[in-house]
Design a protein around this ligand. Sequence first.
Ligand code: 2AM
Ligand code: CA
Length: 293
Amino acid sequence: MNEKDKVPYVVTSKSYTAVAINCAAKAGEWIKSRLGTVKQLSTKTSAQDLVTEVDKGAEQMIRKLILTHFPDHAILGEEGVEPGHEASAKALEAAKNEPYLWIVDPIDGTTNYVHGFPFFSVSIALAYRGEIIVGVIYDPMRDELFIAEKGKGAYVHGNPTRVSGELTLSDSLLATGFPVDPTFNLPQNMAGLQALLPKVRNIRGGGSAALHMAYVAAGRLSGYWEIGLNAWDVAAGVLLVQESGGKVTDTEGRPYDLSVRNIAASNGAIHQDLLDILSDAKATGYPKNESRA
Ligand code: 2AM
Ligand code: CA
């Protein structure tokens, strides 16, 4: 038996995107299949525990599949990290130097999932040396699979996605998310809402950052901003928006990188106007006069 024969069997396909799609589709179907069960069981034990179980199960499923194909790759998943911004920043710091890093949110929109509000998704991104090269977001309720590959475009149902054409805020439909932190993020978000609402067509808060990003990519939303997020909420969506001709920065206009928590994504045309209003309203999510380190 020569040396080669001792190497454990590894599927040799190097199609990162195919693996991401397979993971998102499998996890999405499983999550969907548990939706009714969660509601039923939530009266017996805590609904939160049960969802945590579904989240964890989906993430385990995704981890196993990724590692079957790419045993040397690193994985940063929402359920593998302790709650809180500090822990997630630490986990990201530790993972950032990995050449290949998968960034996984098994259920983005967990609150919606608990309540049976059908707006949640599986989000999977692959970064190579910090640059996102694949992004996949799957909405199992609508069976919509959003796919982006760096330099190769973005697609839904195999059709190219394109950001919307609105040129002004007054014609724009925006989305945001409502952060729970009452001391800093929530008041900032309220200030942003108050400043923007009279200037746009309307604002939605769907409850899944990843799907909001996918909707910006597909031209269903003109723009989206949210503060206090983590890499797994938006990484796949960032590539979708960029590959659909849109723009993604932090809320103060700096280029996106994996450590950005305060995000602005748009069709490009309205981007600066959106940032200006957030800035004037002191609603960018950054402490005054202090940009992120
Ligand atoms: P989740 O459902 O995976 O938790 C909704 O505004 C967005 O914020 C969702 O993408 C949601 O992701 C995320 N989110 C919910 N609670 C959060 C928290 N405490 N900190 C950061 N992001 C949160
Ligand atoms: Ca999430």
